[in-house]
Every structure is written in structure tokens, then in C-alpha cells.
Design a protein around this ligand. Sequence first.
Ligand SMILES: Nc1ncnc2c1ncn2[C@@H]1O[C@H](COP(=O)(O)OP(=O)(O)O)[C@@H](O)[C@H]1O
Ligand SMILES: [Mg+2]
Length: 268
Amino acid sequence: MWPRINGSWTTNVDSIGLSSVPLTEVLQSPQQRLLTYPDEQVSCDRISELADLGITAIYDWGPKQVQSWHCLGLGYCGLVLLVQHQGHLAALKVRRTDAPQPSFTHEVSLLALANTHHIGPRIRDHSNNFLLMDHVSGQPLLKWLQRQQGLEKDSVQRLLTQLLHQAFCLDQAGIDHGNLRCVTAHIMITAQQPILLDFSSASTARRPVNVTSLTQGLFWGTKIARWLVPRWFQPDKHQCIDCLRQYKRHPTASVFKQLLDLLFVKDG
Ligand SMILES: Nc1ncnc2c1ncn2[C@@H]1O[C@H](COP(=O)(O)OP(=O)(O)O)[C@@H](O)[C@H]1O
Ligand SMILES: [Mg+2]
């Protein structure tokens, strides 16, 4: 079991006792391999990049175990570690050496744009191989739904509405997240709000389809849908699809509102 860190987006390091490796000792430790995952080669360049970013330690903490070390997560582009930065916890996305992208430049610019709309984890800093952002202290959506005791329909509806609003806001801003159908991996629920993660596939060059992808990911054909739909909401799929077609032609606030009304149709 790994300990839980509750509370806000950032947690003061002094308040928790986690095992860690200081940056100054990383090169002599087995954890240096995490910085060039999945390669095994030592990289002094990457250590100096981290020192320039002001990272002082890497924590053995998170739900995912990689090379006997706990991490916040692992995807196709990055390995995400909990780190110490200026006395606080932060999330560090390490570019995998086999990642399709040559650097984090693209992801950083899209996440920074989303941040201007208060969406996504706040970027703190970045370099070619590292993206330093706020640590999102929360639970993935499915776990959150399954673990809450006495969860009420109103709370679930409020949370899903907040999420769909974020997707609408991205549509309006012309940013396509590109990975929202994969709701299980890319939505974290904090004490304050849901946070959309992973802008590695985001683009401003495509037509944004965030509301459509998220609606499908939440309500049809996914693990989350199998949990949500029978228990909480039973929207009429055909009506919703018609509404999404209309939204595709006219992505306006009023069509979006019609969609919400159809998704969260009142009982009786
Ligand atoms: N800021 C963060 N705070 C906490 N966990 C995170 C954060 N960013 C990513 N993660 C975790 O790491 C996983 C992989 O990150 P992600 O950005 O999706 O990488 P990839 O682009 O390789 O798919 C996520 O699914 C999530 O579980
Ligand atoms: Mg991902």
C-alpha cells in the first residue's frame, strides 16, 4: 500500500514522511534509470536539466510501480514522478526515450493554453525532456465513483457537469484534447474539482471534439459508462446522438445546455 496524500493540489513536503532520493544522489542510485525510461543508460544531461528546473528530490510514491519505484503514472510518452520542487510536491513528467515526440515543446504549449482557461494541471516549468506541473492529488474518476460512501446522484451530476463544462470550454477555445474518450486515465478528481490530464495529443489544428468524445467516454461503451449508466443516469442514446450532431454543426452554449438536459434527464 502507498500512503495517500489528501488535500489541495500541492502538499507541503515537511508535513509528510516519504522515502525519496535526493537529486544529488540520483546518479549513484538505481533510480537514475527512471530518468531515461525505458533505456538503462545513465544520462548526466538529464540530471543537469533537472537541477536547472530546481528539482531537489524524487519520491517513492504513487499508484504505479516501475523498476521497484512508486510513480504517479506511466503512459506512452512519459513516466510521471512525484518530486520536490521549491519545498513543495510537484509532478514531473519524464519524456520516455522511446516517445514519439522529440521534446515536450508541443505538449507544454497546449497545456499552457488550457491553463489560461483554468484547465489541466498548472505548468510550473519545463525543459526538452521534463514537464514540471502541479501534483494533482486525487483519484481517477472510476475509483472515485466506486470508493465514495453514500454518494448522491446530485454530486455525481455536479461533477460530470463540471467535466463537460471544461470540455465545452476547450471546444470554445479551439483546443482539441485528443484523448478524452479515454476517461479512465485522463480524469482525476480532487477535493476541489475534476482535472483533465495529458495534453500530449492535444491540437489547435483539428476541429475540437471534446464534448462529443467526453460524452461518449462517460456514457457509452466504456468501463465508466458500465458503472455510471445503470446506476445513475439513463439518457436516451438516439436523442443524445442527434443533439451531438447538432452540436457538431453549431457548438453553441444553448445546444450544449440541451445536451446536458438530455444526459441528466429528470426522473418522473
Ligand atoms: N499532474 C499530475 N498529477 C498526478 N498524476 C499525474 C499527473 N500527470 C499525470 N499523472 C498520472 O500519470 C499518468 C500518465 O501521464 P500522461 O500525461 O497521461 O502520460 P502519457 O502522455 O505518456 O500518456 C496519468 O494517467 C496519471 O495517472
Ligand atoms: Mg496518457
